[in-house]
Design a protein. Structure first.
Lengths: 292, 314
């Protein structure tokens, strides 16, 4: 754990001494109101209306197409196979890090990623489930982060950055004031630099009261959100959650607590950009109620 | 072998009880719900029983029974979110105290999830797929859970809240949360990444909101937030106030070091007027008040609440 002792209070947000991303989450400001410098990170949002049926069951054929679109657009390659080959090597040991608990990553997506890697020449035996303790990460040369999109009652958002909490070896120590330091896990020696793709399952997100499922706050977004910059992907996820909350309430409905970890992951741990205006966002597929 | 605490029906509509109950204690709650256990532990959780109902084609119904140390704790869990359709699950002749119109909901339903408070029990009954049939089954299970159980009163601190303060400030009942943990406070009103008010399992606290004008007319009017806390003893309340001032109102804290300034005060900060008043083991803090006089008016009322509660030994 970090020894830094910085007490963030509500006043920091009101003053603006804690930055724009967090302020927007805490106080409901419009992200669109922020200034617009040059994009430094690339995030892809792929959505298809037919990927879920009325009972929220997954259409795997449609999901497979979505996965291909994600891979080709994130990497700029023409096919899924070449996309994977640009991200991983055949002798890599690849850990798929999915949400395995409340509001879990759809198993269909995990299987499609696995199949897609095998089709790209990765031996089946080199692909494993890496969610769990630090040893799981240690055993892998590449990690594919595959969290499910959800708000979290302790950390504001509980998606990308929080997905590696078990790699710390002491998850509960990040659930209190230290949740701001979730980014440091990504810089631990057994984790740092291994994540080649962040692929968020946004098929049926949860925008409040997570991680325990509450169907009042779940909806069929029918999307995948992906990129190589974990902070940028988290920021786009955050925006989807915030926009959905505003749509439900008809007024800004900030996350509480604010997701302190997001800007810290940028400013303190250097994992990527937390500024929406620095993210090049590509939207593919179904456009209705995209929220970003 | 442990037995289920409640005799739930074996079948309800198209759903049949599937397997025996699963028991989860405070030590292993994180195995059952990683990342959500703190919510229940923050309310003095004793144990959880989980039952599942299955049907051929209509999905599962999950029943979670959270047994808490007191009725106040179970109420607190429901009070974290007053959204949903209010459902009356009470059957007659439970031999308990009567409900009043001002009690507020004891069961709330929305999108397949029923949440209910019944004495020291908080329950969640959730259908995998919401249909008319699953809604009826979920509500029937809710009735079975509540049947014959006493109807405990709301926490004393909540019952004591005035519906109106002065002529201007009206209680927003949908924004009243009973709590003990700063994590819960932060989930309804973010104050700090640290436990500034030193809340804990031996505290009783309420995060509440007053609007300027009746709820239907307040619209986007500025809301005033209030935190009321009763500590185990006066010294704990005094320590909490000192901690709060030190971090949240550091300028005020410096004044206090230079010369005693008392246990109440009102300060203009970035988002309005913040005031605090301590009375015995009670501490009231007002946030985002539109002006100094309003903050003092609110604090005066809440101080009197603490005095009344102490006098009545509640």
């Amino acid at each position: 754990m970090s020894d830094d002792k910085h007490v963030i209070t509500r006043r920091d947000f009101v003053r603006g001494t804690v930055g724009a991303t967090l302020g927007a989450a805490a106080l409901g400001d419009s992200l669109a109101a922020l200034a617009a410098p040059v994009p430094t990170s690339h995030v892809v949002v792929v959505r298809e209306q037919a990927v879920l049926d009325g009972q929220h069951a997954v259409n795997t054929a449609v999901l497979k197409t979505m996965l291909r679109d994600v891979l080709t657009n994130v990497t700029g390659k023409a096919e899924a196979t070449s996309a994977w080959r640009s991200l991983v090597k055949p002798d890599d040991v690849i850990g798929l890090v999915a949400t395995d608990h409340l509001n879990r990553t759809h198993s269909e997506l995990i299987e499609l990623v696995r199949d897609s890697l095998v089709a790209s020449g990765i031996p089946q035996g080199n692909i494993r489930n890496a969610q769990g303790g630090p040893d799981k990460a240690r055993a892998c040369t590449v990690l594919i982060a595959m969290p499910a999109l959800k708000a979290h009652w302790l950390t504001g958002i509980g998606t990308v950055l929080k997905n590696y909490i078990t790699f710390s070896g002491s998850p509960s120590s990040y659930h209190d004031a230290n949740n701001a330091n979730l980014g440091e896990i990504w810089n631990m020696p057994h984790v740092k630099g291994k994540t080649k793709l962040v692929l968020v399952d946004a098929l049926r997100p949860l925008c409040d009261k997570g991680p325990q499922p509450d169907p009042r706050y779940m909806w069929d977004y029918k999307g995948l959100i992906a990129g190589k910059d974990p902070v940028a992907v988290e920021v786009v996820c955050l925006r989807v959650i915030l926009q959905k909350r505003q749509a439900l309430r008809g007024e800004p409905w900030p996350l509480s607590p604010p997701p302190l970890c997001v800007e810290m992951a940028d400013k303190k741990y250097g994992l990527g950009t937390s500024r929406m205006e620095q993210i090049q966002l590509d939207r593919i597929g179904w456009a209705a109620d995209a929220l970003v | 072998m442990k037995q289920a605490s409640l005799n739930l029906p074996r079948t309800v509509g198209a759903w049949t009880l599937s397997g025996g109950p699963q028991f989860v204690g405070p030590q292993d709650i994180f195995n059952y719900m990683d990342g959500a256990g703190e919510l229940y532990l923050g309310y003095r959780f004793k144990r959880l029983e989980v039952q599942r109902y299955s049907s051929g084609t209509q999905g599962e119904i999950l029943v979670e029974l959270y047994w808490m140390e007191s009725s106040d704790d179970a109420y607190g869990l429901l009070s974290g979110d007053w959204g949903g359709e209010s459902i009356d699950l009470q059957r007659p002749a439970s031999g308990s105290s009567s409900r009043t119109a001002t009690d507020g909901p004891r069961a709330l339903y929305g999108a397949g999830l029923l949440r209910l408070w019944s004495d020291n029990l908080y329950a969640r009954v959730m259908a995998e797929h919401e249909t008319d049939a699953s809604k009826a089954a979920v509500q029937a299970l809710g009735q079975a859970i509540a049947a014959g159980r006493s109807t405990a009163p709301r926490p004393a601190l909540i019952r004591a809240l005035p519906d109106r303060v002065g002529s201007r400030f009206f209680l927003r009942p949908e924004r009243v949360t009973f709590l003990r943990s700063h994590l819960v406070l932060n989930s309804v009103y973010f104050l700090s990444s640290e436990n500034l008010l030193e809340l804990g399992r031996d505290c009783e606290a309420a995060a509440i909101t007053y609007g300027q004008g009746p709820a239907k007319t307040t619209g986007k009017a500025k809301l005033v937030r209030v935190l009321l806390a009763r500590y185990a003893n006066e010294a704990a309340g005094e320590k909490a106030l000192h901690h709060f001032e030190q971090i949240y109102l550091p300028d005020r804290s410096k004044q206090r070091s230079a010369s005693p300034v008392g246990d109440n005060g009102v300060v203009a900060i970035e988002d309005g007027w913040t005031g605090f008043a301590r009375s015995g083991r009670g501490l009231a803090v007002v946030f985002e008040s539109p002006d100094e006089a309003s903050a003092r008016l609110l604090l005066g009322d809440f101080t009197r609440i603490f005095e009344k509660l102490e006098a009545s030994r509640e």
